[in-house]
Structures are given as structure tokens and as C-alpha cells.
Design a protein around this ligand. Structure first.
Ligand code: BTN
Length: 239
């Protein structure tokens, strides 16, 4: 079902799919042992030791799935959550809109990019980095990996196949209007109750995070005590 393409080294698995999507099928997955231009949200770098982590991107061309684009970051995060659970990793939580944490350390980053023509999203590229066998991280990153947590080495191919199997199950659920992913996100909501700083339309807002709503927005309590919801943005936690 997934057509996998492997590169020993590439600029970025997401850049490859964005350049070549026209000639590639829906559910093409590009994965690589090493990226020279791995990137994350807000233009940040995504760095990873060679051959130690999962670095992959999934091409979405099916219109029914594209129509559910608002769910895709959380679905991708829930798939990571379920993968980690299968290997006995506890204290996993999802940081809206699309990171996965273990305790207070990031283990997975997800970047959704769309290619649009007028009023229409043609394709979506989901880029996913999951820390697997890398044990040393730059200290200011607050990162962890499966290996750091479990003290074992993992087979990257096996984990990618397992991830894709779980991801496909989650996609089928949303296509059948089964929104149970939201239960997981809200049960393991990293931001819940935390005071956050969020940049919205170039304005910094101080808010308290609450649940993820049915429309995938984050419910927040404003400085004046009133509730509101936000649909995107980068949340920084205020300690
Ligand atoms: C983030 O946390 O800001 C998102 C990070 C996404 C990283 C992955 S690694 C595979 C894919 N290729 C990229 O260049 N980025 C994504």
C-alpha cells in the first residue's frame, strides 16, 4: 500500500516529495539515513546523527484524506504515541499541534506542508522525525529517544513499517468519522493546564491551555478569564 523509496543521503525527504509529487503516487514514503537540509517548523533545522533515527515523509494525494487535513498532524502524532506504547515507553504525551514528548523531552517532530493551487490543496507532505537510536543530543534541545529511554537498539526499517501500519489504521478511522484520536490527544495533552505564550498574527498572547476541541483547535483561557480557541501557532511554555 505504501510505496517506499530509500536514500542513503538526501537534502530532505520532504523537499524530495514536494519537488517530485507530480510523478509519484499517493502514499509514497521517502525515508533516509541522513538529511543535509532537514527542517522543522518556523524554518528551524532538524538535525539527526547518520543512520540513528527515523527520518521520513509521506505523500498524501487522496482527496478524501486531504479534506481531513486539519486532523493530519494529530493523527501523525497519535501514531507515534501508539508506536512508543508498543515498546513499553510510558509518560508519552502530545504537544498540540504536532510534537510528541516523553516527560519533558521531545521525541518526535512533525511538519505538515501543503502544495496548493487557487482555493485548493493539491497534495500534503507529512514530514516526520522520530528519535530512535541516538543517545547524545545538544543539551538545549531537551530531546530524548527510544534508545535513551529503553537502553536498546532498534531496527529502523521494522519501526518504519510498524509506524506506517498504525498510521494507515488511524487514517481509516478518520475516513470513517471515528474521531477516537481526540480521546488519546486529550488524555495525554502535554499542554493541558500549562501557561503558554503563543504568537498569533505577530502578537504575543499569554494563555492557559485546555483541551483540544472537536475542530482540532486548542481551547485556551485568556488573561481576562474568558475562553477562546486557537487554530495554529507555536506554544512556548512559561515556567
Ligand atoms: C518540527 O519539530 O519542527 C518538525 C520536524 C520535522 C522533521 C522531519 S525529518 C523528515 C522530514 N524531512 C524534513 O526536512 N523534515 C521532516
Amino acid at each position: 500500500m505504501f510505496n517506499k523509496i530509500y536514500f542513503e543521503e538526501i537534502d530532505s525527504t520532504s523537499i524530495y516529495l514536494k519537488k517530485n509529487y507530480k510523478k509519484l503516487d499517493h502514499f509514497t514514503v521517502v525515508f533516509s539515513s541522513m538529511q543535509t537540509k532537514g527542517h522543522g517548523r518556523l524554518g528551524r533545522l532538524w538535525s539527526s546523527n547518520k543512520n540513528e533515527n527515523l527520518l521520513f515523509s509521506i505523500l498524501i494525494k487522496d482527496k478524501n484524506i486531504i479534506n481531513k487535513y486539519e486532523t493530519l498532524s494529530l493523527i501523525s502524532a497519535v501514531s507515534t504515541f501508539k508506536l512508543l506504547k508498543q515498546f513499553g515507553i510510558d509518560n508519552v504525551s502530545i504537544k498540540w499541534p504536532n510534537d510528541v514528548y516523553v516527560n519533558d523531552d521531545k521525541i518526535c517532530g512533525i511538519l505538515l506542508e501543503g502544495i496548493s493551487s487557487i482555493d485548493n490543496i493539491d497534495v500534503i507532505v507529512i514530514g516526520i522525525g522520530i528519535n530512535i537510536n541516538q543517545k547524545q543530543f545538544n543539551e538545549e534541545l531537551n530531546a530524548t529517544s527510544m534508545s535513551k529511554l529503553n537502553n536498546k537498539e532498534y531496527d529502523l526499517n521494522m519501526l518504519l513499517d510498524l509506524y506506517l501500519k498504525i498510521f494507515n489504521e488511524e487514517i481509516n478511522k478518520i475516513l470513517n468519522n471515528d474521531n477516537s484520536y481526540l480521546d488519546i490527544v486529550n488524555k495525554h495533552n502535554y499542554l493541558y493546564g500549562k501557561k503558554i505564550k503563543i504568537s498569533l498574527n505577530n502578537e504575543i498572547r499569554l494563555l492557559e491551555a485546555r483541551n483540544i476541541l472537536n475542530n482540532n483547535h486548542l481551547e485556551v483561557v485568556l488573561e481576562n478569564g474568558l475562553k477562546d480557541e486557537i487554530y495554529s501557532g507555536e506554544a512556548t511554555i512559561i515556567k
